[in-house]
Design a protein around this ligand. Structure first.
Ligand code: SF4
Length: 437
């Protein structure tokens, strides 16, 4: 089993109008929490999490990937990112061939900064490019210019780091030609990995309010589908193959960190709002406590016994998910009190595990492994963790989807076609219904 580390840096120069991530500007934070001490707080959280793991007999291998996401990790000095990375090294170890990535806002890095990241051991930078068209960047409230992205990618190449860029399609006012320009510009940068996401507009964001007030047009499903097809065709022609619905890479340049999430490995998430996942720990009776953000990491009584935790997925569970307190000030207060700063945790039931495996399998090029799914169903029914209404997912069920051009069958694997990727939710719903979920 692999082990990954995710470090969330919840700060941005200013909030983009469409963004509902757990991120804060200086104005949001007020005087209560500071960026200056952030790396130290994360390093202290690592020590608390490691103690918690030790008490519960969790011994992870050296981290195979480390990912700094945000927010804008590169808003912090490069030395702070290096210090957190060093702390991962001394806490868990980092595998010799590890993938070490930071997300970067093209505005916040230069050659000197990127050189320092390379010295610290980073191997990869993921730039938030979003678009190559100035009016689209303005609609998205992005502060960078297309030239910043090019300079960032060139600096990364000079320092020996691999680059990825993120694009967003479907912004109000973005034409198909605008999108083609962004796709072609991203390819022209020579990066070996591109992510492209459809814009989703949450009603609580500035853009959500502008759309509701009729100031901006609503994103349109057909327009987004056309843009997905443009991207998939152009990326494939340029040698970047899809490996997950929204991700394309040259062979061998897939994001190992993201693949780890989709394959359900163990990961420790550090920083406000970060999620953690452990396969071999089960917990009882500890649900969401977001309104009362005390530490909800499963508690460890003196002596470490009788705490409702077990190894090996007893009690019909398939591990544990936990999530950190979202607000930096409350998160920091929990750490200052010597607590793992989780605001909630939950056991993963056999049914939830099955649902996740089906959903994730139908998002990735490796496809859904029917053998594995049916083994899980059989074992779960025998163990009584899955009810009799859950039935095996027969290969023949998928034949009509093959006829509709939505999936292909590769042995016992179901792989979505381009049309199927666009109708992913429909295929997943059908699968759930077929096996009684
Ligand atoms: S830079 Fe990214 S995380 Fe920060 S506000 Fe903009 S979209 Fe959100």
């Amino acid at each position: 089993m692999e082990f990954e580390v995710y470090i969330h840096v919840p700060f941005c120069l200013r909030r983009c109008g469409y963004c509902d991530f757990n991120t804060y500007t200086a104005t949001d934070l007020g005087g209560g929490a500071s960026r200056a001490n952030y790396a130290n707080m994360v390093i202290r959280e690592m020590a608390l999490v490691r103690d918690w793991q030790r008490v519960h007999g969790i011994e992870e291998p050296a981290a195979s990937t480390v990912f700094f996401g945000g927010g804008t990790p590169t808003i912090l000095p490069a030395d702070d990112l290096a210090a957190m990375l060093d702390a991962v090294r001394s806490t868990w170890g980092i595998a010799p061939d590890a993938e070490i990535t930071t997300e970067a806002n093209p505005d916040t890095v230069n050659e000197y900064y990127i050189g320092k990241l390379a010295e610290a051991g980073f191997t990869r930078i993921s730039f938030g490019m979003q678009s190559a068209v100035p009016h689209v960047l303005r609609t998205l409230d992005r502060t960078h210019t297309p030239a910043n992205v090019e300079a960032g990618v060139a600096a990364a190449a000079k320092a020996g780091l691999r680059s990825s860029v993120d694009l967003i399609y479907g912004a109000p006012g973005e034409s198909l030609d605008d999108w083609r320009t962004s796709v072609e510009t991203a390819i022209g940068l020579g990066v070996n990995h591109i992510s492209a996401y459809a814009l989703t507009v949450e009603p609580t964001t500035k853009m959500g309010r502008q759309i509701k007030a009729g100031i901006l047009p609503k994103p349109n499903d057909d327009d987004e589908a056309a843009k997905y097809e443009i991207a998939d065709e152009a990326f494939s022609a340029a040698g970047l193959s899809w490996y997950e619905v929204s991700n394309w890479a040259r062979p061998g340049c897939e994001s190992r960190h993201n693949l780890g999430y989709w394959r359900n490995v163990d990961w420790a998430g550090l920083g406000p709002g970060a999620h953690s996942h452990y396969n071999a720990v089960a917990e009882e009776g500890n649900g969401d406590d977001a309104d009362h953000p005390q530490s909800a990491a499963p508690t460890v009584p003196a002596g470490g016994g009788g705490d409702g935790l077990s190894r090996g997925g007893d009690h019909g569970t398939h591990g544990l998910r936990g999530w950190d307190i979202a607000h930096p000030r409350l998160w920091g207060a929990a750490i200052n009190e010597g607590r793992v700063p989780w605001s909630g945790s939950e056991s993963i039931t056999a049914e939830e595990n099955l649902e996740e495996i089906i959903m994730l399998g139908l998002r990735i090029r490796e496809g859904l492994d029917l053998d594995r799914v049916n083994r899980l169903i059989r074992d779960g029914r025998e163990a009584g963790t899955l009810g009799p209404s859950i039935t095996a997912l027969d290969r023949t069920r998928f034949e009509p989807l093959v006829d509709e051009g939505l999936v292909t069958l590769d042995g016992d694997r179901v792989v979505p076609t381009r049309a199927g990727r666009l109708l992913n939710d429909t295929i997943i719903e059908r699968c759930f219904a077929w096996c009684g979920l």
